[in-house]
Design a protein around this ligand. Structure first.
Ligand code: MN
Length: 436
């Protein structure tokens, strides 16, 4: 892949788009702050590792604290790069230097020194989280103007060719981890912690570097949608399912992939394996239904129709698919949204400006589907007692015996990352590396 050539185009586009956004906001320049380290506790002197300000990372993959990028009309962007003399810690070096030739780079040894290299006059905004830094650069009252932030967030919804290359590579890296973990699960009894560590090792990521905390859920744990408190002991019991939701980061860009595995030959495992196959089939149909101009929320509602059909087809619900949707039964088995925008953040910005309908409270993507968007498609079916409990007394059309048999296996989720194309089916960034 030609990262450097596509990166040049990415920066040129960003420069033009920023110039328009600045003009619309009545500003001459914006300072993008890379971020400051957050203390782990105010009673302590240790810090979380840096999650750079995404607007800064939209330009360059430098994950160092207290750097600033000055963007102005008609000028090369100026990177003010803090190179502290510090023998306690050092920030992780970038993966590559393909980006450096695009900037005028000024090195400083103290964050306060950056002030001298900022725009000397004119209307200047500060974009970042650190109010004290904004104040030290005398920009506290121009911090994060809402209209500008909105406009810059919107730029992140449509991905450039460079960003697609990065998202593709993030998928390739995560796929290697999924392969290794699924093989280890099939071949023996491994604890959730073992599988998590194997994933980190295979993808060469330290825990704080992953796009989100890996979800590694054996058996009933998959009914906790974000199960991250890993068991340290292997389970020697007949549950035998694994839900793995784990991604990777490349140049700041995230992948987000979920697979559900099952082994064992008992009746419950066989029925659960069928359920996994049905969810996989629905997920692939929904990926095939992505259409430019259609609201994403419609796809989410299609997913509920599909969940209704699966519950009826598998004998979990003794009612029609339509009745399962209308009675709210599908919402107890599939309580989360169908997916979200993906990019520099795992739950990326710009796709939830419009509120979803009241019946879809957790849906994070409400945009009209357009070429260049990247989002996940991640339907699921779970056996969550907190949601099913209230139905047990009131809904005799559910086969509760079957639910009880499947509950120790937790649930199923299948998730891929999709890139919307103009005039062609959406590109599945995940299946290219992790085929069915
Ligand atoms: Mn996701």
């Amino acid at each position: 892949m030609d990262l450097k050539r596509s990166y040049g185009g990415h920066v040129a586009n960003l420069q033009r788009a920023y110039e328009r956004a600045l003009a619309d906001a009545g500003l001459d320049a914006v300072v993008l702050h890379s971020g400051s380290l957050h203390p782990r506790s105010s009673f302590d002197d240790q810090f979380w590792s840096l999650r750079p300000t995404p607007h800064f990372q939209h330009w360059l993959p430098l994950a160092a604290p207290e750097c600033a990028l000055l963007v102005r009309a008609g000028q090369r962007p100026r990177l003010i790069w803090l190179r502290e003399r510090n023998f306690w810690e050092n920030p992780a070096p970038p993966d590559s230097d393909h980006w450096q030739s695009q900037f005028e780079i000024v090195y400083v040894e103290e964050a306060a020194d950056a002030r001298a290299h900022l725009f000397p006059s004119g209307r200047l905004a500060f974009l970042g989280e650190d109010e004290r830094r904004a104040a030290s650069w005398r920009l506290a009252d121009q911090m994060n103007p809402p209209e500008l932030v909105k406009a810059l967030d919107r730029l992140r919804v449509i991905k450039s060719e460079y960003e697609i290359l990065c998202l593709d590579e993030a998928n390739r890296r995560a796929a290697a981890g999924h392969h290794a973990v699924s093989a280890a699960f099939r071949d023996g009894d491994r604890s959730e912690l073992d599988l998590h560590l194997l994933y980190l090792q295979t993808t060469a990521q330290d825990d704080p570097e992953t796009p989100y905390k890996n979800i590694v859920a054996l058996g009933a744990h998959a009914a906790t949608l974000h199960h991250i408190s890993y068991d340290k002991q292997a389970q020697h019991r007949p549950a035998e399912s694994l839900l793995l939701d784990a991604g990777a980061v490349y140049q700041g860009y995230c992948s987000d992939i979920t697979r559900t595995f099952v082994k064992g030959s008992g009746a419950a495992q066989s029925t659960f394996a069928e359920l996994v196959a049905r969810v996989e089939g629905m997920q692939q149909r929904l990926c095939g239904e992505i259409a430019v101009g259609q609201p994403y929320e419609r796809l989410h509602e299609r997913a509920h129709e599909e969940v209704g059909a699966i519950l009826a087809g598998a004998g979990v619900a003794k009612m029609s698919a339509d009745e399962a949707v209308a009675s709210g039964v599908t919402r107890a088995f599939f309580p989360h949204g169908l997916g979200h925008s993906l990019g520099l953040q795992c739950h990326d910005v710009g796709c939830a400006e419009i509120k979803p309908k009241a019946s879809n409270p957790f849906l994070r993507n409400t945009m009209t589907i357009a070429p260049g968007q990247v989002f996940t498609i991640e339907p699921g079916i779970y056996f969550i007692e907190l949601l099913l409990g209230p139905l047990r007394a009131s809904e005799p059309r559910i086969d509760w015996k079957l639910v009880d048999a499947l509950q120790p296996l937790g649930g199923v989720r299948i998730e891929d990352d999709l890139h919307v194309l103009a005039g062609a089916p959406a590109q599945n960034l995940t299946r290219a590396h992790l085929p069915t």
